[in-house]
Design a protein around this ligand. Structure first.
Ligand code: GDP
Length: 296
């Protein structure tokens, strides 16, 4: 379960704090030292942890909290607020274009869950009465096109493909014309992935971006890779510019370091979280609910 280790540690820390009744400054400092350790053990970015603890400390050490009748609860509330803020504050949605189709470009490395997420996102949007079109532009992973076709069939969502001989730019362009002709209001492009970030990948994605001018470029990244996910997000954001991140495999991420660091490090909000292999297992990312999950 996501945040399992962090949740256990923080809940223990705050239980101890509650047991003390009135708090001194050093009680709060001790608790914050434990919070700091717990965040580092959860693989949260070092600088993010430092800033986070400083912010909590600034708010927690003062008359208002220490003199209050329920100081421990106040500290927990501050930590809750700051965790929520750290993950982006409020939920971030996909920007729907007033002039359809809205074009969503999914980018990411191989194995991150990009193709599966394309299907999941299409299903989520279909349930909101949209008419998505899936576009198979991942021409480098041999099975990706077939995989998307199978997903589309299962979900009863159309899939646009031109095989693996055309360039992604051509596929994307023709797909949008197709969407216009068939009244698909959302186009989800499963772009080409690679095993690693390289110039060739970025150049190709940039040319797709320039040609189709997507409304949303979302990076699909594996939460279980922790700070590597954050580094990948930084690179894609610097090279391509991202509108948001979809964190996959959060269901298997007991630590939660990526979820807690991505927004602070890159400035890009997490828009969705993959919570399992099932096609229904994609959820809008709610920072406040995630914070509550951690604090119990
Ligand atoms: P791609 O190479 O990025 O297109 O990756 P795929 O879409 O083929 O996914 C790689 C693997 O990750 C597959 O086995 C997916 O079922 C799995 N996967 C994707 N998203 C999630 C998720 O949110 N949770 C879990 N547990 N598995 C996922």
């Amino acid at each position: 379960m996501v945040f399992e280790g962090l949740a256990d540690k923080l809940q223990q820390t705050f239980k101890k704090l509650r047991g003390r009744g009135k708090l001194s400054e050093s009680d709060v400092n001790d608790a914050l030292r434990e919070v700091r350790m717990a965040l580092l053990e959860a693989d949260v970015n070092f600088k993010v942890v430092k800033d986070f603890v400083a912010k909590v400390k600034e708010r927690a050490i003062g008359h208002e909290v220490l003199e209050s009748l329920t100081p421990a609860q106040q500290v927990v509330k501050i930590v809750n607020d700051e965790l929520t803020a750290l993950m982006g504050g409020t939920m971030s949605r996909i920007a729907i274009s007033p002039k359809p189709p809205t074009v969503v470009m999914l980018v990411g490395l191989q194995g991150a869950g990009k193709t599966t997420t394309a299907g999941k996102l299409a299903l989520l949007l279909k349930k909101q009465n949209k008419r998505p079109l899936l576009v198979a532009a991942d021409i480098y992973r041999p099975a990706a096109i077939k995989q998307l076709e199978v997903l589309g069939e299962k979900l009863e969502i159309p899939v646009f493909t031109l095989g693996d001989k055309e360039k992604p730019v051509v596929i994307a362009k023709k797909a949008i014309e197709h969407a216009q002709a068939y009244a698909n209001d959302i186009v989800i492009i499963d772009t080409a992935g690679r095993l690693h970030i390289n110039a060739e990948l970025m150049d190709e994605l940039k040319s797709v971006k320039q040609t189709v001018r997507p409304h949303e470029i979302l990076l699909v990244v594996d939460a279980m890779t922790g700070q590597d996910a954050v580094t990948v997000a930084e690179s894609f954001n610097n090279d391509l510019g991202l509108d948001g991140v979809i964190l996959t495999k959060l269901d298997g991420d007991a630590r939660g370091g990526a979820a807690l660091s991505v927004k602070a490090v890159t400035g890009c909000p997490i828009k969705f979280a993959g919570m399992g292999e099932k096609l229904e297992a994609l959820e809008p990312f709610h920072p406040d609910r995630m914070a509550s999950r951690i604090l119990g």
